[in-house]
Design a protein around this ligand. Structure first.
Ligand code: F3S
Length: 403
């Protein structure tokens, strides 16, 4: 692999042990995937802090033992405990203590304590064409497809190594030719609202598993809808990039979206396909829902405002639970704006920094989960072993609250 003079210096140890070690691993990996050179990155999003994924916390210790620090702006993925509500959520105190220690170490590394799956809402917002090294599948797909930034699907370790050196091997989605579409999705129904986009992505991800889908027939999409599509595509498929003709930045035309290649597959989506999936995602009757989970991915401030407006004059039903997941940045805003107070008074709980899927040390289960996110329904079943009910936001709120 070709290395610049600066990169050679890192590799030779001129800039210290941590950069040398990180560069050694990155060049070896780069060679193995056929990268011809490194590319400088503008930011990283790192997931080594959660207690859920074995081995990731130990990697932080390894970096610290070499006096490593991140070189570029780096945000952190969700953790496993909300240190503000952990007693309310009945989390094992030992687990909370362990999480605190990992947080302190990550701050020592220079990682911003954002603890969110939506780094692009808290200042990590690369521009079109900029290279980054991000973790978190939903954020990766959003960065590539919606922001037009360029990242591969990094794991916690590779994102941290990239943050230490400010470089990542130039391969995969960093190269234009790998960003072109290869499957045409003809959408034969009107897609409107986050739930529709979430269902569409879930279905397409499940069908094609890997590749770059190009959606034709979607007339408009706001940022929340695009986020729902990105998230669900990356839930059932290893999809890090998509295009919507006329909407996403690298697909002003069909020709832009496909570049020099033709689709290897064409798939038609009808309303009946989405309806069928919606019923598949509901393994229980609406009356069995114990906990409604909103904010997967983490809610933005306008979404929290929307929930607060709905909850004025309403209360969460006795024996039920309403959880709203967000970042602590958004929670602070919600506190200041008075939305958090309205939600609390209605009996809702705002969880920041984490979500039910990543939580560790819970002493009681969430019971049956109701949600408007296909990702939460998917992992709710898979990881928390909860039965799930999928519906739109309005319905989720209606079933859990009363006047
Ligand atoms: Fe975020 Fe947890 Fe969903 S990390 S994307 S809220 S599963």
């Amino acid at each position: 692999m070709y290395l610049t003079k600066e990169e050679e210096k890192m590799l030779s140890g001129e800039y210290g042990e941590a950069k040398q070690w990180a560069m050694e691993i990155l060049t070896k990996f780069g060679d193995s995937v056929g990268a011809k050179k490194m590319v400088p990155i503008v930011s990283s999003h790192i997931s080594c802090l959660s207690l859920k994924i074995p081995g990731e916390n130990e990697f932080i210790d390894e970096v610290l033992s070499r006096n490593g620090r991140v070189e570029i702006f780096s945000t952190s993925q969700c953790i496993s405990v909300d240190l503000r509500t952990w007693t309310e959520m009945n989390i094992d105190p030992e687990v909370a203590e362990k999480q605190k220690k990992v947080i302190m170490k990550s701050i020592e590394l220079g990682i911003a304590p954002t603890f969110t799956c939506t780094p692009y809402l808290v200042g990590n917002t690369p521009r079109i064409g900029e290279h980054v090294a991000w973790c978190e599948s939903s954020a990766i797909t959003y960065a590539n497809a919606v922001l037009g930034a360029r990242t591969n699907r990094e794991c916690g370790q590779s994102a941290l190594l990239a943050a230490i050196t400010g470089r990542t091997p130039m391969y995969g989605y960093h190269l234009k030719e790998n960003r072109w579409g290869d499957v045409l999705i003809r959408v034969r129904t009107i897609i409107k609202g986050e739930e529709d986009f979430s269902l569409l992505g879930y279905l397409v991800g499940r069908e094609i598993e890997i590749g770059v889908p190009v959606f034709e027939g979607i007339k408009c999409a706001n940022s929340l809808e695009l986020r729902a599509l990105a998230t669900s595509l990356a839930t059932t498929g290893q999809i890090a990039m998509f295009h919507i003709i006329g909407i996403t930045p690298e697909a002003q035309t069909k020709e832009d979206a496909f570049g020099k290649q033709s689709p290897r597959e064409v798939m038609d989506i009808e309303r009946s396909d989405l309806d069928q999936l919606e019923s598949e995602l509901s393994s229980i009757d609406v009356r069995q829902v114990d906990t409604v989970v909103l904010g997967c991915p983490h809610y933005s401030i306008d979404e929290i405002k929307n929930i607060a407006s709905y909850l004025v004059g309403r209360k969460v039903k006795r024996g039920k639970r309403l959880l709203i997941c967000t970042s602590s940045v958004m929670r602070h805003l919600a506190e200041r704006a008075g939305y958090a107070d309205i939600i609390r008074k209605a009996g809702g709980i705002i969880i920041s920094d984490t979500c039910p899927v990543l939580m560790v040390g819970l002493r009681e289960s969430f019971g049956c989960i109701g949600t408007n996110s296909t990702k939460m329904a998917h992992y709710g079943r898979l990881l928390t072993k909860s039965e799930t009910f999928f519906s739109d936001l309005r319905n989720c709120l209606e079933i859990i609250t009363e006047r």
